[in-house]
Design a protein around this ligand. Structure first.
Ligand code: NAI
Ligand code: 15L
Length: 268
């Protein structure tokens, strides 16, 4: 049966705030969790991914989990280890113990960030391209994907790992014209990932149908995802402001963009 009750971790964050609004339109009842209180949601669970008892209670009785919580930029190895590597492990353990059937894991393009950026006419980057993390952050997402594979192979717990490009209301850079996932397409993709009949562990890229797309969306489309947005309508303005990507600029050489050279740092 299609999942109804879904735990949304990281509900106070940027993507969490967007999905809190959009996913209920597909009929889901969301249970929210974050390290910090979720504005306007007094019933949200305030818990750290390090708190095993809280996670066990949070996943009890849900049909599926959309796991967004964690550090979403580069940070010290110790911070990334605790929040993203150990935290994701604790969540998978709680899900296994409570018999949750499926997790949608917010992976990132930064798991493959050092892959050279395809130039116009080059083939799109496939999902099975070798992992090339660009940061400790990207490394933690590569770990999460491997953890998901382990829990499928050993325990039959299914995951769709979504290597999100950039999920924000609008693209704000020329790079984002290639990697943008509109919030509405993000909700479409999460819904497809929650409802596709059998997924095992499936890795997909999370983007809209951008004219300048860098990677292959076929594994996402195979889940039933039909993106409707294209960042190209923002292209004229962004290119006028910033110019086209520069082949000689190291910030523009790889999928991960500036994460490969001077990654934005997690503030806390
Ligand atoms: P965000 O930083 O806005 O939100 C992350 C949330 O996780 C925050 O509300 C934070 O309080 C919570 N959190 C952090 N550590 C926690 C812990 N130990 N226990 C419980 N909660 C904790 O990030 P955003 O942009 O909403 O991203 C959501 C997820 O999607 C992240 O896992 C991120 O890595 C991933 N992602 C996002 C992309 C984007 O374009 N926004 C691109 C690629 C991946
Ligand atoms: C990510 O993984 C980050 O969480 C997000 O804040 C963006 O920077 C995004 O990647 C990106 O590559 O633009």
């Amino acid at each position: 049966a299609a999942p109804r009750t879904v735990l949304l971790t990281g509900a106070a964050g940027g993507v969490g705030t967007l999905m809190r609004e959009l996913l209920p339109r597909y009929g889901y009842e969301l249970r929210l969790l974050d390290l910090v209180p979720v504005e306007g949601a007094p019933d949200a669970i305030t818990a750290d991914l390090a708190d095993k008892d809280a996670l066990r209670a949070a996943v009890r009785g849900v049909d599926a989990i959309v796991h967004l919580a964690g550090i979403s930029l580069e940070s010290s190895f110790e911070n990334v280890l605790r929040a993203n590597i150990e935290g994701t492990y604790h969540l998978y353990e709680a899900a296994r113990e409570e018999g949750v059937r499926r997790i949608v894991f917010a992976s990132s393009n930064h798991a493959v960030g050092f892959t050279p950026r395809p130039r116009p006419g080059d083939p799109l980057i496939p999902v099975d391209t070798p992992r090339r993390p660009d940061t400790y952050y990207g490394l933690s997402k590569a770990f999460g994907e491997d953890l998901a594979q382990l829990y499928w192979d050993r325990h039959g717990l299914e995951t769709v790992s979504v290597r999100i490009g950039s999920c924000f209301p609008e693209p704000t850079s020329v790079r984002m014209l290639s990697v943008w996932m509109s919030p509405a397409d993000g909700a479409r993709l999460f819904h497809a990932a929650l409802t596709a009949p059998e997924v095992g562990h499936t890795v997909v890229y999370g983007s809209s149908a951008n004219s300048r797309l860098w990677w292959d969306l076929s594994s996402a489309r195979a889940l039933g995802y039909e993106p409707r947005d294209d960042s190209e309508r923002y292209a004229e303005k962004l290119v006028a402001e910033q110019g086209e990507l520069d082949d000689s600029d190291p910030d523009h050489a790889h999928l991960g963009g500036p994460f490969c050279t001077s990654p934005p740092m997690w503030p806390r």
